[in-house]
Design a protein around this ligand. Sequence first.
Ligand code: AMP
Length: 507
Amino acid sequence: MFYPMNVKDFLDRAETVYPDRIGIVDEPVQPAASLGELSYRRVAELARAQASWLDDLGVPVGGRVAIVSHNSARLLVSFFGVSGWGRVLVPINFRLSAAEISYIVGHSGSQVLLLDPDLAHLADSIECAHIAILGESDSTVFGGSSPRAWQGDEGATATLNYTSGTTARPKGVQLTHRNLWLNATTFALHGGLSDQDVYLHTLPMFHANGWGMPYGVTGLGGRHIVLRQIDGAEILRRIQLHGVTFLCAAPAVVSMALDAAAQWDGDIPGRDRVRIIVAGAPPPTRTIERVRAELGWEFIQIYGLTETSPLLTMSRMRAEWVDLDPHEQARLLGRAGAPTLGVRISIDDGGEVLAQSNHNLDAYWENPTATAEAQDGDWFHTGDGGTFSDGYLTIADRKKDVIITGGENVSSIEVEDVLNSHEAVREVAVIGIPDEKWGELVTAIVVTDGRPLSESELIGHCRASLAGYKCPKKIEFVDSLPRTATGKLQKFKLREPYWQGLDRQVN
Ligand code: AMP
């Protein structure tokens, strides 16, 4: 017999096995109203209520439901209430500008838009058939009772995740039930999750579906602790208050936790208990050593992309390394990791990392050209440069024109487009330069037509249409840009002075 995988399976198990257990502790200071502590029975009721509301609205199986929200219990429930009954959840980065969100809602053809109360103003500028404000419309959004059954289809798209890449506009990554199911279970297997785990949501849930933790933690009966706003000291406080055992984070968040620990009075919360899973950029060896020595947390690194749901490789302490000195252990943990179960890694002749896995994307939404390019030769082309030896992958540089700042991708082309739209700009190149806090900083090198133009004026121009994190933090004015004889821009020459002396070309 064949039973299709459905992300609802994770919630069904939690409801069956752990109905009275507190499954979600919502952020206590949600702007409308916190949902407080929710048992898994209640989480399942809320998901059914949401699915039933979508039935009433006439959103068909396969219909898209966009959600723009900070981390919240309502967003977490939506991973099940929307996808579990066959609709497609479109989780959108809440930091994007109104124009960017509007593009995604339109491009995905979303019939419903759910907004965080802090973003309620977007309802006036974004067109969508049904708009509801989370927390203010609970009696309707979570007000139904018995949804129509969906027989399931593991090849159906469960989420559509927009990611900034090599094009001027973000692309919609179609992840199927099967993708999400296998990513979550493989992650849980390698991360050693159990029903004793308490998971702190330091990762924004919109980003690659919180790496799949909303599913995996639920299915195993662990407890979710929702964190709305990232702050180092608050992370430590929540770890102490809730007995947190693991969290996932970009290197910038790790630095915040380390800074907060330096000011912390008394024992570091979670010492010898917490494991922290880091990805988004290669963490410096020194940071890994500090996490292990100063926080006393287990350090685990993973590598992957939104397109791979995301898990491809994991780097975790292994038995053979126990007797090595801490510096050597940290150096080994600094590699992106070994392929996880069902993942195959290869490096092509140009040094690009290729991957095959059960959780590689189905397609880019309505973009057959980008889909064919990314999946050429039956391998997914990551756009990252690296080496693979002794079963371990190391990421060394980036083949794609993407900057990663604070864990979020920024397309250089998208920022260049906006800068080019300023009437005094004649030529522009956007590059990432290494930065201790944010990993990389968006930097623009600009040639003007001679008119006086200040850095702040140009940054202000970008702010009008781009999310704050995408806007250049530094602008350099130059007379010309380096080009090849055929006129091709030589970005590597612009990057050179900033990256000199570093062994990796990504940070
Ligand atoms: P995203 O799709 O936004 O999650 O971004 C994926 C990109 O983040 C990858 O293509 C890499 O460039 C980068 N990345 C993720 N994990 C790592 C890692 N462990 N080391 C280096 N780069 C990483």
